[in-house]
Design a protein around this ligand. Structure first.
Ligand SMILES: Cc1cc2nc3c(=O)[nH]c(=O)nc-3n(C[C@H](O)[C@H](O)[C@H](O)COP(=O)(O)O)c2cc1C
Length: 304
């Protein structure tokens, strides 16, 4: 009943671990799979190691979370064995997320990450909290996004999904551009903002980077609209991401046009087994409402 497919990759259920949360080691990716996820995404990795921002890098508030981790990662050389471990042991498809700061570098990075044989490669073109160092994210510029996607596609046979940002008025142009460059699917969305929180007693911003990407329930309606628009424009497979914590949220994403639903911040609200919980809630809804497959619900909100 919950089976779904992403560019030929079969998932036993549509819940996925989003990139950046519990996704650094092969062991933690496998642990999330044991908690019911239909696929797991590794933390974005770049060709060279990156230190990221100093602490504090995460702060929560009533309806969400803000992070400015700054894409800290050990680099592709150290990430390959971890992703390889997850590919062998997780028992579900592994999505390997990659990030770079020059469009042409997505070529060699796609080639390297393919050595771990993930089911899907996800290009993170959309991290909002590194803007100051690197200029506009690729996902704000259709030409740059197209170039990065083409570079990756030329260097791998593994399906490539491109992760887009809600923080641009040109989302649809960018989606169109990555489709024309051969993207096999789109992940939407990355965090919103950036936003800022101020500690009123310390009288300064809480995050060391001052601002960070906003995730969690607060951003869900923005994600739904982005998924809806991207589906309408491209009909590509979509991994919907952004604020999902319940089965009802996941169903909403599917009805907007997603084929699967990734969750990150939701783990903070409902625990590691959020994946199994969301699946159970989706199933209950489907039985009650007379749906027998994800496919049947996908994009149904466009019919009204
Ligand atoms: C602490 C943290 C780290 C993240 N790191 C990454 C990352 O490395 N790569 C990426 O593509 N997205 C990253 N994200 C964004 C998430 O994958 C996701 O797109 C976003 O948080 C919205 O989904 P959510 O509300 O379910 O968390 C990160 C999010 C958080 C909260």
């Amino acid at each position: 009943m919950l089976q779904t497919e992403l560019a030929g990759v079969k998932l036993s259920n549509p819940t996925i671990l989003a990139s950046g949360i519990m996704g650094v080691s092969g062991a933690s990716l496998s642990l999330i799979a044991k908690n019911g996820a239909g696929a797991v995404t590794s933390k974005s990795v770049s060709l060279e190691p990156r230190k990221g921002h100093p602490n504090p890098v995460i702060v929560t508030y009533a309806q969400g979370m803000m992070n400015a981790v700054g894409l800290s990662n050990a680099g592709i050389k150290d990430a390959l064995p971890e992703i390889g471990y997850a590919v062998k042991n997780a028992g579900v498809p592994v999505i390997a997320s990659v990030v770079e700061f020059k469009a042409e570098n997505f070529g060699p990075l796609a080639k390297e990450i393919s050595k771990a044989n993930p089911a899907i490669i996800e290009l993170n073109l959309s991290c909002p909290n590194v803007n100051d160092e690197f200029g506009k994210p690729f996902s704000h510029d259709p030409a740059a996004a197209e170039w990065a996607t083409r570079a990756a596609k030329r260097n791998t046979r593994i399906p490539v999904f491109v992760k887009l940002s809600p923080n641009t008025p040109d989302l649809i142009e960018v989606a169109r551009a990555v489709k024309s460059a051969g993207a096999d699917g789109i992940t939407a969305i990355n965090t919103v903002g950036p936003g800022m929180q101020i500690d009123i007693f310390a009288r300064r911003p809480i995050l060391s980077n001052k601002c960070g990407g906003v995730s969690g329930p607060a951003i869900k309606p923005i994600a739904v609209k982005c998924i809806y628009d991207i589906y309408k424009e491209t009909k590509l497979p979509i991994i919907g991401t952004g604020g999902v914590t319940t089965g009802a949220d996941a169903i909403e994403f599917i009805m907007a046009g997603a084929s699967a639903v990734a969750m990150g911040t939701g783990i903070y609200y409902r625990g590691l087994d959020i994946f199994a919980k969301v699946c159970k809630e989706m199933q209950e809804f489907m039985e009650k409402e007379g749906f027998s497959s994800i496919k049947e619900m996908r994009g149904i909100a466009h019919e009204g």
